[in-house]
Design a protein around this ligand. Structure first.
Ligand code: COA
Length: 321
């Protein structure tokens, strides 16, 4: 059975930087509070002419160039996003069109901040079964447009961006295992209504992220601890076998708790949130790309990616890079 090997990565961050100081001019907060409680100093904000699909295209083209393949070689495109340009067609189809790719299938995955891990899990099944040979995955989000900029509990956290990864069938190791879960029992703890179609309790709510941050925080820490244990056990591995942790970038305190559980020094953890905030489904792929491009993650090393998001959804991917 073939492995899904990483053959290229890419990312895109919009130009505009919004600092904690700027946010503290419009809501009752401060740079010191935000940095201490989250580890975030600034985030990127997409321009008026940018969209999930336009950002996805830049990240995807970088990954394609890094892999040195022709776009036509891609036979499956999976886009993870909670902020699609249109309800339909999927952002996957919009990206397929932008890349000029024919003879492939494209679709979106909606698993909030865990979307890219879910997409990697799906891609791995396609590659292992022989149904696809080369898969493009992109996480792309314009969180700034679904954030209520008057809500200090959420507007400090999120940012915009896109990350991409290309996987190809290979005899040598790539993805070792993926583990994905969801539990809809927690649907009200973190959600974003869709005002045009909402009914019941969400009927008159605007389309902004709503979150019970402190409760989400505690469940995220416990859940990520469990998924890390499960991933190691499934691969007969010990904490010391992991070279790099690439976590979802929600809060530095959640990341530090997972690193502690793995007995990893923060030097082995890829952290991008200080200048990017939480880019939802894009965050893990943006961080992975950064550490590949700056040479921290080397071929042959073992990398653990993990994420947690609305649903709740959560998951991990263990990769021999
Ligand atoms: N600036 C200043 N004070 C703030 C604030 C802000 N931006 N946001 C909340 N507060 C206040 C609260 O009103 C509360 O005040 P009170 O004690 O007078 O009631 C106090 O700070 C503590 O609030 P709490 O929500 O318990 O803070 P916290 O330490 O949990 O930090 C988050 C809040 C949102 C930073 C944190 O809960 C978090 O990161 N949660 C997880 C988010 C996450 O991972 N979400 C996405 C998953 S993909």
């Amino acid at each position: 059975m073939p492995y899904s090997r990483v053959i290229g990565t890419g990312a895109y961050l919009p130009e505009e930087i919004r600092t904690n100081e700027q946010i503290s001019q419009t809501v009752d907060t401060s740079d010191a509070w935000i940095y201490e409680r989250t580890g975030i100093k600034s985030r990127r904000i997409a321009g008026a002419d940018e969209s999930a699909a336009s950002m996805a295209e830049v990240a995807a083209r970088q990954a394609i160039a890094a892999a040195n393949i022709k776009p036509e070689a891609i036979d499956l495109i999976i886009v993870a996003t909670g902020t699609p340009d249109r309800v339909y067609p999927s952002t996957g189809c919009l990206l397929q069109q932008r890349l000029g790719i024919k003879n492939s299938v494209a679709f979106d995955v909606q698993a909030a901040c865990s979307g890219s891990i879910f997409a990697m899990s799906i891609a791995d099944q396609y590659i292992k079964s022989g149904a696809a040979k080369t898969v493009l995955i992109v996480g792309t989000e314009i969180c700034s447009r679904i954030v209520d900029w008057t809500d200090r509990g959420t507007c400090i956290l999120f940012g915009d961006g896109a990350g991409a990864i290309l996987l190809a069938a290979s005899d040598s190791a790539g993805i070792m295992s993926t583990h994905i879960y969801s539990d809809g029992e927690y649907e009200d703890m973190l959600y974003c209504p869709n005002p045009q179609v909402a009914t019941g309790d969400n009927k008159d709510e605007p389309g902004y992220i709503s979150m019970r941050g402190n409760e989400v925080f505690k469940i995220a820490v416990n859940t990520l601890g469990r998924i890390v244990d499960e991933t190691l056990a499934a691969n007969n591995m010990d904490q010391s076998d992991i070279d790099w942790l690439v976590p979802h970038q929600a809060n530095i305190r959640i990341i530090a708790a997972t690193a502690k559980k793995l007995k990893m020094s923060m030097d082995q953890v890829v952290v991008t949130l200080e200048n990017q905030g939480n880019t939802s489904s894009a965050s893990v792929l943006i961080a992975f790309n950064e550490a590949v491009r700056d040479g921290r993650i080397q071929r042959g090393q073992v990398v653990l990616l993990e994420a947690f998001g609305a649903g709740f959804t959560w998951g991990s991917a263990l990769i021999k890079y």
